[in-house]
Design a protein around this ligand. Sequence first.
Ligand code: ADP
Ligand code: MG
Length: 242
Amino acid sequence: KEKINIFRKQHRITVHGADIPDPIESFSDLKRFKVSQTLLKNLQGNSYEEPTPIQMQAIPILIQQRELLACAPTGSGKTLSFILPLLHHLKEPKKFGLRAVVVSPTRELAQQIHREFVRMNEGLGLKIHVLTKAKASTIANSKTNHFDILVATPNRLVHLLQQDPPALQLSSVEWLVLDEGDKLFEEGDAGFRDQVAAIFQACDNPQIRHTLFSATLANNVEEWSKLHLDNVIRINIGARNA
Ligand code: ADP
Ligand code: MG
């Protein structure tokens, strides 16, 4: 335990919560969670050689299916921190309907997340879509929901949910990831609190796991996670929090 605390300190990882999984030191540590050779190969193929601090701590937490509030600066590698555990858990395409939703405040960021998913999905064959205007009608009309992961902005997703009848079913969603939490929960018109609330509510599978990533630990972000995340673990990278 002492060794782990020293390791966390070295990488400026602060954690709060109960029964926190140990961080990984390298991507090869993922073998102990039976992460597939395909995923490990895709890490190498994308020149992800060593995990960043947020990845060291967030990946084992999400692999063990804990709910998480993760705060780490822009550019610190938050995207892979949720992509890798999601691909690990979803494993292969299934036709049970949508199994993971990632919400991002802007289209540009949603596209970036989608591209990183696609690169890491090589050889896995999961069906991953980004909800663009052009694709909205295809996604809404695909009665059998032949896709596994959807990356979307709050407005476009809520637009589908609020059609009568809803153009999208989220009851099969096992993972809801909220990215850029500080932007999503911004006060006033800039924020997406109502939209996130509608999405959260539509994901009504009792087995669902929620996770929230943010560049800063804004008050809104912390409040939301206290109210909505179950037995939450909080990670802060970098600046020490009071
Ligand atoms: P954040 O979401 O925290 O702002 P990103 O996930 O967008 O950061 O990552 C920033 C950049 O770092 C991206 O170009 C990404 O591909 C790269 N990156 C992420 N993790 C690693 C890693 N372990 N090794 C090398 N590059 C990485
Ligand atoms: Mg990001």
